[in-house]
Structure formats: structure tokens, C-alpha cells
Design a protein. Structure first.
Length: 338
């Protein structure tokens, strides 16, 4: 933030929370989005045997338990399930092309999953550890078009990729619908068919419906992304990716708060809260790749500053007004507060 200008304040107490759960005899400490500590640091290793499609899987990376959930190294399990994977190191995104031709994109700490280019929200966050992206067992099994079974103590896990159903004489949509419990309309939509009539003999139908399909992510436009990346660049382009993400988080927190405008443009141009929006700097802003990544991740729900709606540079912003702020994180040159 420039010249110590004050960004909007939201009344409230700092939310620093800690949850303890008993999982497999281990006490797990899970830190919420207020912390900039990686989620992986709260995860505990767990010894478990893994089978994929009936074959034992030898993993060089451990199984992890976090927040009462099992997490597996996504790329390795995907490969064992017949999928192709690629890792984008710069954006920390794993792309999976599954054995049944679904395309999946998972991001580090990002709750939104791209599934066949449509965005959905997952209940649990993927995270990285030692350069590997970990995904929750249930969601990973589902997006690979599979199911899983686990022993009561979690020491044995088996993932099975479900075969597609093939339409044939006497075995059409109605029969497959009765067999799977999904309606013909649901099967048509899941498989990207134009209509039920398109399910001709020989058509292969995917019959696993990931649970996150019922949770579409809130949409955003390219204009939203560009504007958020621009203000992020102006305010924190010189900061680390985390510093840029935190600024983008503040903008999105205001959008989602009833006291502020409910659009990115409305927040940025409201009053004189962001001088660059009024002095020409925002219009001239040319976001670099990191600012775009921070903006996209913020739009997809990745948040490292909780409910903060205020940030300032403590080296420039002095006085009792600033010292009384409820600061919940300091990242680079900025402090973030509610």
C-alpha cells in the first residue's frame, strides 16, 4: 500500500483457530487460513498399504492425515490409475488427464478444482509437501472415476477405477440408469452428450459422479481477473507471491462483505480507498505472471489472511490509529487486519 493510505476496516475479532481431532490414535493440530504456514506442516504421516486396481502401489512419498482426512500424492496415484499428469511448477498446478478422458486441474491450497473446464469447490484443500501435490483420498478417487475402500484403522486402502458402461442393444440409458441410480438426464450431462438420443450403441458412459459436482464455484469474468491482477500489481507487484495473494484476498473479502460493494470494480473504485484507481496508475498497470496467479488463486478461494479487509505499510503508517488495528498477519511490507 502506498503512502500509508488506510484501506477499509471491518469490525471484528481476530480469528485464530486450532482444531484437535483424534485420527488413528494421533492428535492433529490444524491451523486455519489466518496462518501463512503451509497446510502440509500440520499433516501427519501415516503408514498404510495402497492398492490401485488390485495392484500394490509402492509409494516413495508417505500417506498423510490432515484434519481427519487421508491425503495421497495425487500424481503418483493418478499414474497408477492409468492417467497422464503434468506439473506446472510456476503456478503449482497439477493437470490430470484420466483414463476415461476427464481433465482435472488441482492447485496448491486452492479449494476450486477445474473438472472438464468447469469450476467446482471441494471440501478439502490440496496442498504440497516436498514438491508433491497431495489430494484428499475421497475426491482423488472420484475424479479418477473410481471408488475406494479403507480398513477400519486406515492401514489398508484400495482404489478401484470403475469401468465405463457401454451402450448396447437391450442395455441403453434406461438400463444403465437403473443400474447406477443416476437418471438418464444426469448420465447425458455427465458425459457431455447433446441428448439421450446421442447415446447410441457403442457409446461409453462415465458413471462415477464426483461429490463436488453438486458444488459449482461462483463465476468470474476475464475482466474481473484482469482488474484484480492490475490492482494487485500496483499495490504489491514488488512483493512475493504470498504478499500479492494477500492483497488480492483483501479485495475479495470486501466483495464478499455486506459493508462494501459486491463487485471487484465497485470495491476498487469506491471513494478514494485505492488512489491508483483514480490517478491513472491502475490503467497503466501491466501485471506480471505472479500477479495474475495471485488474482486467479484469490478468485478460486485460496486465502492466507482470513477475513482481513484492511492492509497498510507499518513502516509508513504511524500513529495510534494504525497501532490499534487488529493485525492478523504481516507479509513482506504489509500488515493485514480486520
Amino acid at each position: 500500500m502506498k503512502n500509508g493510505e488506510v484501506h477499509m476496516i471491518r469490525e471484528g475479532k481476530s480469528t485464530i483457530w486450532m482444531m484437535s481431532v483424534m485420527v488413528l490414535g494421533l492428535l492433529l493440530l490444524c491451523f486455519g487460513p489466518m496462518s501463512v504456514i503451509s497446510t502440509a506442516e500440520a499433516a501427519m504421516e501415516h503408514q498404510a498399504t495402497i492398492k490401485v486396481n488390485g495392484k500394490s502401489a509402492k509409494l516413495s512419498d508417505p500417506v498423510l492425515v490432515q484434519g481427519g482426512r487421508m491425503y495421497l500424492p495425487a500424481a503418483r496415484i493418478a499414474a497408477l490409475a492409468g492417467a497422464d499428469t503434468s506439473w506446472d511448477k510456476d503456478n503449482e498446478e497439477l493437470t490430470i488427464h484420466t483414463a476415461v478422458n476427464d481433465k482435472v486441474v488441482l492447485g496448491n491450497g486452492v479449494p476450486v478444482v477445474y473438472f472438464n473446464d468447469t469450476r467446482y469447490r471441494m471440501d478439502a484443500l490440496p496442498f504440497t509437501r516436498d514438491g508433491r501435490l497431495y489430494a484428499p483420498l475421497r475426491e482423488l478417487s472420484e475424479l479418477l472415476h473410481g471408488s475406494f475402500q479403507s480398513s477400519a484403522d486406515g492401514d489398508a486402502i484400495e482404489i478401484t477405477v470403475e469401468a465405463e458402461k457401454v451402450v448396447a442393444d437391450g442395455y441403453g440409458l434406461n438400463e444403465i440408469s437403473k443400474e447406477t441410480g443416476y437418471s438418464a438426464a444426469q448420465l447425458v450431462k455427465r458425459n457431455g452428450l447433446i441428448s439421450q438420443a446421442a447415446a447410441k450403441n457403442g457409446t461409453k458412459l462415465k458413471v462415477v459422479f464426483p461429490s463436488f459436482l453438486s458444488k459449482p464455484a461462483a463465476p468470474y469474468t476475464e475482466a474481473d481477473l484482469t482488474l484484480l491482477a492490475k490492482i494487485t500489481m500496483v499495490e504489491a507487484g514488488y512483493e512475493s507471491y504470498e504478499g500479492q495473494l494477500a492483497v488480492a484476498n483483501v479485495i475479495m473479502n470486501r466483495v464478499n462483505h455486506s459493508a462494501f460493494p459486491d463487485t471487484i470494480k465497485g470495491v476498487i473504485y469506491a471513494g478514494k480507498q485505492f488512489p491508483p484507481a483514480h490517478n491513472g496508475l491502475l490503467d497503466k498497470s501491466k501485471p506480471h505472471a505472479s500477479a495474475y496467479r495471485a488474482a486467479k488463486d484469490a478468485l478460486n478461494g485460496k486465502n492466507i489472511v482470513g477475513d482481513a479487509v484492511y492492509f497498510f505499510n507499518p513502516a509508513r503508517a504511524k500513529g495510534s490509529y494504525f497501532s490499534s488495528m487488529d493485525v492478523i498477519a504481516t507479509i513482506g511490507n504489509h500488515s493485514f487486519a480486520q
